[in-house]
Design a binder for this molecule. Structure first.
Ligand code: CDP
Ligand code: CDP
Length: 219
């Protein structure tokens, strides 16, 4: 039986993690949220109050990071502590693009990501999966949606905060811009990736489309 590797890249709020989870479940695959790994490094650097590239890379090279899928969520452990609940705070979100642009950080994360993919039957979502991490993936999707749609989706998730839709939209634009313009592994569509704009699609419809692409490539 063929080993499935699906790479799903795209900007913030495109639906990558929700859709990847659905696709992985339906195809009986492992799901790896690579953004959570960069968020975990960012969380740890903030906790230790370090911001210089050299110090952060040194921290990463000596860090004991474990990833494990529990029920529907991917959990990240650092030095044995489950830090998953801290990964999506606005402080982590606003610092993650700066820290994930460091080559030493990326080298360590890519190594871990390839280890997961080596076993096969995996869906990985991120920014550089189809271009850098797994250029030989069987199926590559570049999932996107309009900035307004993506901001609205995030806004709906944050019902109880005092932030505004405009502020979320600005923050998404800022992060997309940092991710697309960085020198190392920028966010871009791989030449052989399928572009899928799901601004007008539900999660289920998006997952259905990806499964149908998968059926075509695995024929
Ligand atoms: O969920 P959302 O799309 O907002 O972000 P995420 O997937 O959790 O990724 C957070 C950040 O990590 C991104 O904005 C990138 O700066 C970085 N990232 C990356 O550089 N490479 C990846 N493969 C995944 C995430
Ligand atoms: O991982 P990424 O940042 O690309 O997006 P996500 O966290 O999976 O999705 C952001 C939010 O948009 C979630 O609340 C999804 O349920 C929602 N979403 C949606 O309602 N319809 C879609 N077609 C895609 C995402």
């Amino acid at each position: 039986m063929r080993k499935k590797i699906i790479a799903l890249d795209g900007p913030a709020g495109a639906g990558k993690s929700s859709v990847s989870k659905m696709v992985a479940k339906r195809l009986n695959c492992t799901y790896l949220d690579t953004g959570a790994m960069y968020r975990a490094i960012t969380y740890e650097a903030l906790k230790r109050n370090i911001s210089e590239e050299k110090e952060i890379v040194q921290m990463v090279e000596n860090l004991n990071m474990d990833i494990c899928a529990k029920e529907d969520t991917m959990h990240v452990f650092i030095e044995g502590e489950d830090i998953t609940q801290y990964l999506r705070t606005s402080e982590v979100s606003s610092n993650v693009s700066r820290i994930s642009a460091f080559q030493g950080v990326r080298n360590a994360m890519v190594k871990l990501q390839r280890k997961v993919a080596e076993k096969g039957n995996a869906v990985l979502d991120g920014r550089d999966i189809g271009t850098v991490v797994l250029p030989d993936a069987d199926l590559k999707i570049f999932l996107t949606a309009s900035v307004h749609t993506r901001a609205l989706r995030r806004y709906k998730e944050l019902k109880d905060t005092d932030t505004t839709l405009e502020r979320i939209e600005e923050e998404i634009k800022r992060r997309d811009n940092l991710d697309m313009t960085r020198k190392i592994s920028p966010l871009r569509k791989a030449d052989d990736a399928i572009l899928l704009d799901n601004s007008d699609l539900t999660l289920e419809e998006t997952a259905d489309k990806i499964i149908s692409y998968w059926k075509k490539v695995s024929e």
